[in-house]
Ligand binder design. Structure first.
Ligand code: SF4
Ligand code: FES
Length: 252
């Protein structure tokens, strides 16, 4: 087989879509130190790939101890929310070319939840708040013999909040939650909204009382961080405002 000429090799290199990107990752391992440290990794990557692809290259080729969560890799499971260049995003939905790969890309764990290792946080307080708002349909009386009908208009009322994937990007971008992890947080309120405004549900009053608590909706300072952070485009702050209004008017 003929050896490629230097010209051909240079042309192939010029046509290569790969660039070298610095990933600057905040590492934390409680078995080694109480302090976190930044570590740089140089990664060859196509700018059209995602931050998650870069993390995979690091884990599989450079340092198998790097720890992070991910599952679907397609923006559905909500497991890979992290702070990328200081902003909460899903690693699997963030393209390298969209976050200025000429500078180091910083990646760290989401804030407000205890970091367990590297990019993995303890999600239990987040899920406890979610469970506390009763995120399921509650009805009284006998089981129906056919489906519970709902008009398209009634369904539309809570359509936005059905899109939540429980990634915690909103709650962990909220300054009230950072300062006091007792606040239910935006995601729990979004999921309460999803049922409070469902015409088939009969526990709206109960959920409103739960959110009338000192750690409930009134803690929201309307900073809109949550809406900016939501990878599903949910109008999180608007949903919180609607729950506040329902608490005042008792109409929902
Ligand atoms: S509301 Fe948006 S940001 Fe918050 S948990 Fe749901 S999907 Fe994630
Ligand atoms: S890995 Fe499932 S949302 Fe990103």
């Amino acid at each position: 087989m003929a050896t490629p000429t230097l010209d051909k090799m240079e042309a192939a290199a010029a046509a290569s879509p790969f660039i070298t990107v610095t990933f600057r990752i905040r590492r934390f391992n409680p078995e080694i130190s109480d302090e976190s440290t930044w570590q740089d990794f140089q990664v060859e990557i196509d700018p059209k790939e995602r931050v998650l692809d870069g993390l995979h290259k690091i884990k599989w080729d450079l340092d198998g101890t790097l720890t992070f969560r991910r599952s679907c890799a397609h923006g559905i499971c909500g497991s890979d929310a992290m702070r990328i260049n200081g902003k909460n995003r899903l690693a699997c939905k963030t393209l390298i070319k969209d976050i200025n790969p000429e500078k180091p890309i910083t990646v760290e764990a989401i804030k407000g939840l205890t970091v367990m290792k590297d990019l993995v946080v303890d999600m239990e307080p987040f899920f406890q708040a979610y469970r506390d708002v009763m995120p399921f349909l509650v009805t009284k009386g006998n089981e129906p013999t056919r489906e519970r009908l709902q008009s398209a208009e009634d369904r539309e009322r809570f359509d936005d909040t059905t899109k939540c994937i429980l990634c915690a990007a909103c709650t962990s971008s909220c300054p009230v939650f950072w300062n006091d992890g007792q606040y239910f947080g935006p995601a729990a309120i979004v999921n309460a909204h999803r049922f409070i405004f469902d015409s088939r549900d009969e526990a709206g009053e109960q959920r409103l009382e739960i959110l009338n608590d000192k750690d409930g909706v009134w803690r929201c300072r309307t900073t809109f961080n949550c809406t900016d952070a939501c990878p599903r485009g949910i109008e999180v702050t608007k949903a919180i405002q609607e729950v506040k209004r329902a608490l005042i008017t008792r109409r929902f």
